[in-house]
Design a protein around this ligand. Sequence first.
Ligand SMILES: Cc1ncc(COP(=O)(O)O)c(C=O)c1O
Length: 403
Amino acid sequence: MQTNIERLAIWGGPPAFAEKLHVGRPNIGDRDRFLARVSDILDHRWLTNHGPYVREFEQRISDRLGVKHCIAMCNATIALEIVIRALEMTGEVIVPSFTFVATAHALQWQAITPVFCDVDPATHNIDPQRIEQLITPRTTGIIGVHVWGRPCAIEALSEIAQSHELELVFDAAHAFGCSYHGKAIGSFGRAEVLSFHATKFLNSFEGGAIVTNDDALAARIRLMKNFGFAGYDDVDYVGTNGKMSEVSAAMGLTSLESMDEFIATNRRNYAEYQRVLADLPGILLIAYDGNEHCNYQYIVLEVDQATAGLSRDLLMRILWAENVLARRYFHPGCHRMEPYRSFYPNAGLLLAETEKLTDRVLSLPNGTATTPDDIAKIGELVHIAVAHGAEIAERLSAMPPGQ
Ligand SMILES: Cc1ncc(COP(=O)(O)O)c(C=O)c1O
């Protein structure tokens, strides 16, 4: 293996990749099937408002997850807002800070305080042992996030929610196609929220869904996502516009037909990353439980600076110079973003594990646009970076600013 640091693009030379490699480059299913569906949509002039493609998409998702109701939405953020409102959550809701900011925003948008809970460093998910100390008379719910598709400690969370009479919802934006104790993610808690955003392994361009086994809740959500309309002129609730369009459903259906292939490619890529990143001191590739279903979408490294000899941020800088656009998901944590940073300046005191994690994690490209050759090259770059971290850092610090 070539380990010469002179070849690194960080000094101004040509990058290892001519084109930028994004972390969540979309998976595209069968183009002809998609275009045929779009053509049919145009022929019938039924573009939105719960058309036949949205209904079929909802049915396919419910069947696949074994859940009674799937309500397709324009995206997962609106879906979170709607489910929070439909469950009448108010006051304070406990969420992890180690999540995409949409989880917290969906609460704050409705003047509900997100109370940030620390994570279990082994799973990156909300730590049930830390929840009870955060419960106050104003607490109405818990939102767990299945980060990277690895399920939360669902049983422990359910017990806490039950004993304190709190609502429990899961942000399953990462977890479509994943399971907990062999059962598909989607039917836990009062409801779960899926995302089909372009960067998710299964996409409908933009899209999301609420899945639930609760009939009354599903009925309320259906009204709320359609302005509250119960009939042509009959409004029952304050509603919003959360509808998924027919073209999005056509993309979602086409993606569903290739779902197993997407997962197989992700899994192959994950195994390649495991191979090329094995035995690198201080670089840990997060593990997935081989006994569960998993979509293997997220290739997440934890960089332990003391052992690796370089920081996560330096590794990222080296990779970006090579056109590998690795991302620091979820840096710096919701509690360090506005408005939460100003509202709760001391939140970090209770979020020690979150703070450590947000300084360590780095996500690498995956999906059908990522090849084993790409992964071999990325692996080589990481090897060079780790072998020469201190030297690279020293040379960079001696360079004039702006170079
Ligand atoms: C954990 C999590 N929750 C919610 C969302 C919001 O999803 P959407 O982009 O569909 O609104 C995302 C999107 O990346 C996410 O990662």
